[in-house]
Design a protein around this ligand. Structure first.
Ligand SMILES: [Zn+2]
Length: 453
């Protein structure tokens, strides 16, 4: 896997306790390691460990009551019975923050998003509601291609200006890390522009962004009828420039986009440069994409609505994690759901993601996704939570750093107003997020309806 070049590179930060440094988005490199304690936790629910959880382990979350959490700098220093923690770390009440009896969970990790674009596609949504299919719209020049004009015509500053409010919304919805794809530029210069925007956003916003170059999102209009020529441009010109900016490369493997041979060429050339691999596979047809992702040892195989039993077995054999997006078929008015239960039974360790993008899923809420994971896949609340935290982090190579609430891990967590973890999937249509802690600092306070950076 490639280096996660944009993780933990935020600059110029201060941290002085739960409310400290509220005017900057950042953490410090100084040695002061400010300490504070989260008390008043009603229920604490988290997966444990650093490796992907599949099979019966997917739902084996740890639930406890009356706990307190000690933060030092950007890490969790201790978790234990509140009375014992206060006896050991008491300090002053000024260095405590009260969760007011709410459920506390790890910061959510969204392992599949397309947040770098200008202009929305609500007109296509109306077309689909009136009966057009995703492929009908794509073949008529809509879909991904309709977003190209926005990105190509925009400056980096304009794209950043559109991205930051989206990150505010992710944060407000409890998501503290996102994988962020390019893919709406589809020239070498415009893809690199998108990666630079992602890096800039990562440096200046509390939400961590892990960059993916989606040079294989579509065949650009200039290369219509000759996809192999674009494949060679990506392999020889785009990937070498992207490899220093993005942790991952990605391709849309589908009959109307890139076939298996072109996809293999794109992925192998990225891997040769040290990039990790993510792949959009078997979303609209059974195309053998899962088998290819397994052959290549990809970090994730995403979508998989049409994966076959053979494809599931191939993924299981290589330990490739599925990234499932249950809102997408709903949004596209497709009827085929990913066979998530069969994947879990085969031992696969799925992540749940929004697939936030302007066309096929304009939703940033992983709480919504967890509920749909329950309703459509039969995921328990514990399974949904693991899939939206630890398993998602593992697809990004970050399982040892975040995704659970354990001593030594990054202090990313969400304080909700929910009474228990079972409410995570039970309640639809309202954000239960009261506060978001990112890197040990208060990054979102719902009572002020704005980020505290
Ligand atoms: Zn996608």
């Amino acid at each position: 896997m490639g280096t996660l070049s944009c993780v933990s590179t935020h600059a110029g930060e201060t941290s002085e306790g739960p409310r400290g440094g509220s005017q900057t988005g950042a953490r410090s490199n100084d040695d002061s390691q400010p300490r504070w304690i989260l008390t008043g936790i009603g229920e604490l629910c988290t997966a444990r460990g650093s490796s992907p959880r599949g099979g019966a382990a997917l739902g084996a979350v740890h639930t406890s009551h009356g706990q307190a959490i000690v933060f030092e700098g950007e890490r969790i220093a201790a978790i234990g019975e509140e009375a014992e923690i206060l006896a050991d770390f008491g300090e002053t009440t000024a260095q405590r923050f009260d969760a007011e009896g709410g459920l506390v969970i790890p910061g959510l990790v969204d392992a599949h998003t397309h947040p770098v674009f200008l202009g929305t596609r609500e007109g296509e949504f109306e077309q689909r509601i009136a009966g057009a299919s995703y492929l009908d719209i794509a073949k008529a020049g809509g879909g991904i291609r309709s977003s190209l004009a926005g990105v190509r015509g925009a400056t980096a500053a304009e794209l950043l200006g559109a991205l930051i409010p989206r990150l505010d919304r992710f944060l407000a919805l409890g998501t503290t890390t996102i994988e962020a794809k390019t893919g709406y530029g589809l020239t070498v210069a415009d893809e690199i522009k998108g990666l630079d925007v992602i890096r800039e956003a990562h440096r200046n916003h509390p939400v961590d962004l892990v960059a993916t170059c989606l040079g294989g999102h579509d065949v650009p209009p200039e290369f219509t009828g000759r996809p192999k020529d674009w494949v060679e441009v990506v392999a020889k010109e785009l990937w070498p420039e992207a490899a220093t900016r993005a942790a991952f490369a990605d391709v849309f493997t589908e009959s109307h986009v890139f076939g298996l041979d072109d996809s293999r060429r794109l992925m192998e050339s990225a891997r040769d440069l040290g990039m990790g691999l993510r792949m959009h596979v078997d979303q609209l047809t059974s195309f053998g994409g899962a088998e290819l992702a397994a052959e290549l040892g990809a970090s994730s195989a995403d979508h998989l609505e049409h994966v076959t039993e053979h494809g599931i077995a191939a993924l299981a054999e290589r330990g490739v994690q599925p990234v499932l997006c249950p809102l997408v078929p709903l949004y596209l008015r497709e009827t085929q759901e990913a066979p998530a239960r069969a994947m879990v039974a085969a031992g696969l360790a799925p992540a749940l993601s929004t697939d936030f993008n302007p066309g096929s899923c304009y939703c940033m809420s992983l709480f919504e996704v967890m509920s749909w994971g329950a309703l459509r896949y039969g995921f328990s609340s514990g399974e949904a939570l693991t899939a939206a935290t630890l398993n998602a982090a593992c697809t990004l190579g970050l399982g040892a750093d975040r995704g659970t609430l354990e001593v030594g891990k990054r202090a990313d967590l969400v304080i909700t107003d929910l009474p228990s973890a079972k409410h995570l999937t039970y309640e639809l249509g309202r954000s239960p997020v009261r506060h978001v802690i990112k890197d040990g600092r208060m990054a979102w306070d719902a009572s002020s309806f704005q980020p505290t950076r």
